[in-house]
Design a binder for this molecule. Structure first.
Ligand code: ASP
Length: 352
């Protein structure tokens, strides 16, 4: 027999499914992954001026894409195994229900802008590799070097750590301590930078920025942009440019995105799964936790194997309620719902 509570939640789910207005009036809200405090702030300033939600989130993530100190996004992102930076990005515009993305694009600091141009200026949704780069040039974006001294140092440290023909050997000067070899090649690098390079060589850094906005008209858009996995095979594409995995927006329900191990997110179509969960009545928090559970299930919930997987999900519902979830304890979400951006701790599925 169906209980009153079931009846109520079924009714609520049907109301969402039918796209009916919620009780709360929409307000300006921006959420992002934890590296998105400045992005949320910038996007909120623009929303307050009436800027379109997609332009607002793209302007927000451009700050991180152009920042050489963020080594997981845009300029200064860690390169592939050949020492070339390849970037992935996607955008979704709620009001027009349109999307665009680029994958493994080279030579452009702001792939989110190119993803938007794919959305607006072509009859396609996604461009990859060399074709994406040529499209960017055709749109007036000059070819840029995305490596910095710091990322070149990290890549070099990684190459030497593989103990191949890079580094000391029979026909090279006797091995010194690896840090001293690096110091010789990168004389301007301080000890902290060398230690950082050795750390990311041993444990490749991950990171991405996902940012989703809602405005007072109930309009929503989102963007996800990344340099992907450090030391990846050239041509590897992660979840960030995959519509439905790294990003999904349906402004009749909400927007969602992800950061972390892209392969695992692609396997569960994370962002789309979260939106469909919310469409059928789940709260943003439960919808994100469900995505984590699906990742865990793909490893038979084996905690030992899951130790190597880091993944977080973020969701903003069209009434302004937001949440996220981490597969592991310790992740945060950036939010701006007026005033200054702040970080909030995310709920989690597993504890180390
Ligand atoms: N999701 C990104 C990718 O797999 C990386 C990350 O967020 O750490 O390309």
């Amino acid at each position: 027999m169906i209980s009153r509570r079931d009846l109520f939640s079924t009714g609520a789910a049907l109301a969402v499914a039918a796209g009916q207005a919620r009780a709360a009036a929409p307000k300006n809200v921006v959420i992002a992954s934890a590296n998105g405090l400045r992005a949320c702030q910038r996007a909120m300033e623009l929303l307050n001026k009436g800027t379109d939600t997609l332009d607002a989130v793209i302007a927000g993530v451009n700050i991180v894409e152009e920042d050489p100190e963020d080594n997981s996004v845009g300029y200064g992102g860690l390169p592939n195994e050949e020492g070339v930076v390849e970037l992935d990005a996607s955008v979704m515009h709620g009001p027009s229900r349109s999307c665009g993305s680029v994958a493994a694009i080279r030579g452009c600091k702001t792939p989110s802008k190119i993803a938007k141009l794919v959305m607006e200026q072509t009859d396609h949704c996604m461009l990859v590799g060399d074709g994406a780069g040529r499209f960017a040039r055709a749109c007036g974006f000059p070819e840029e070097d995305l490596m910095t001294e710091k990322t070149r140092l990290a890549w070099f440290a990684w190459k030497q750590s593989l103990h191949t023909f890079w580094g000391p050997g029979i026909d090279a000067p006797p091995a010194k301590k690896n840090a001293l070899e690096l110091k010789r090649l990168f004389p301007h690098a301080d000890d902290d930078t060398i230690a950082w390079a050795q750390e990311v060589a041993a444990r490749p850094l991950t990171g991405t920025i996902n940012c989703v906005a809602l405005n007072t008209k109930g309009e929503m858009s989102g963007v996800t942009t990344t340099s992907g996995m450090a030391w990846k095979i050239p041509g590897r594409v992660g979840d960030s440019p995959i519509i439905g995995a790294g990003l999904y927006v349906d402004q009749e329900v909400g927007g969602a995105g992800s950061t972390g191990r892209g392969e695992e997110n692609i396997r569960i179509c994370g962002a789309h799964t979260i939106i469909e969960n919310m469409r059928h009545g789940m709260s943003p928090k439960d919808a994100c936790l469900d995505a984590c559970k699906r990742v865990a299930r793909n490893f038979d919930n084996d905690k030992d194997r899951l130790t190597k997987v880091d993944i977080n999900f973020y969701a903003l519902r069209n009434d302004g309620v937001f949440a996220g979830a981490g597969l592991w304890k310790g992740a945060s979400i950036a939010v701006n719902d007026g005033g200054l951006s702040r970080l909030e701790k995310l709920p989690w599925l597993l504890e180390r």
